[in-house]
Design a binder for this molecule. Structure first.
Ligand SMILES: CCCCCCCCCC(=O)SCCNC(=O)CCNC(=O)[C@H](O)C(C)(C)COP(=O)(O)OP(=O)(O)OC[C@H]1O[C@@H](n2cnc3c(N)ncnc32)[C@H](O)[C@@H]1OP(=O)(O)O
Length: 162
């Protein structure tokens, strides 16, 4: 199975969390399971992702939920439209991200994120994500993702400045 992120066209593959062209990034890989209507990402934080000794930094956890959600949105939209990501390389950005840290997340075990599309409507997809450390649910997220088109981020979308 090919990770959803690997379908992104190169101009949208530099994201710190999920871009395969970002050598310094997290480069997460998300897989879509059509039979379950769910996505899954696995990631093992490194020692420098510490919050307090023994526990994972919350900002990293939010990044994982963020990029896992954009990939889930692409897969969910493709499934809803009956197209494959191969023929339609859909790309979403995050409009809104809510993260609930339910319990401290231990540093060491591989983390597993499970995403479920809650709403697919027009260019908008709402995704719920659960993050598990071993079998313990430690983080829950909800994101609103909006589909972008060619040229996004090149001109009028970018802030002015020097
Ligand atoms: C170049 C980028 C390449 C790839 C990036 C990798 C992504 C990785 C994850 C990220 O970190 S993304 C980076 C952080 N996100 C951004 O920088 C996005 C900045 N925001 C925008 O560019 C625009 O606000 C956005 C494209 C998200 C939406 O603007 P639009 O004018 O295209 O949306 P529009 O107003 O038409 O709204 C479309 C739908 O989304 C809904 N929506 C928009 N913003 C929302 C919001 N903030 N909260 C809830 N819903 C929202 C809106 O209500 C509507 O729903 P309905 O169709 O049901 O009416």
């Amino acid at each position: 199975m090919k990770a959803i992120q690997l379908y992104y066209p190169p101009e949208w593959a530099h994201c710190y969390g999920c871009g395969y062209l970002n050598a310094q990034g997290l480069r997460i890989e998300t897989y879509w399971h059509p039979e379950r209507g769910e996505s899954e990402t696995r990631f093992t934080p490194k020692p420098h992702h510490t919050a307090i000794p023994g526990f994972v930094y919350g900002g990293l956890l939010a990044s994982l939920v963020d990029c896992h959600s954009t990939a889930t949105a692409a897969a969910a939209k493709a499934a809803a439209e009956g197209v494959s990501l191969e023929e339609a390389p859909l790309r979403f950005v995050t409009a809104s991200l809510k993260v609930d840290f339910l319990k401290p997340t231990p540093l060491g075990p591989e983390l597993r994120l499970v995403g479920r599309p809650k709403e697919v409507k027009g260019r908008k997809v709402v995704v719920e994500t659960e993050l598990y450390a071993e079998e313990t649910l430690t983080v829950r997220g909800e994101a609103v993702l909006v589909q972008i088109g060619e040229g996004f981020g090149r001109s009028e979308d970018a802030p002015a400045g020097g």
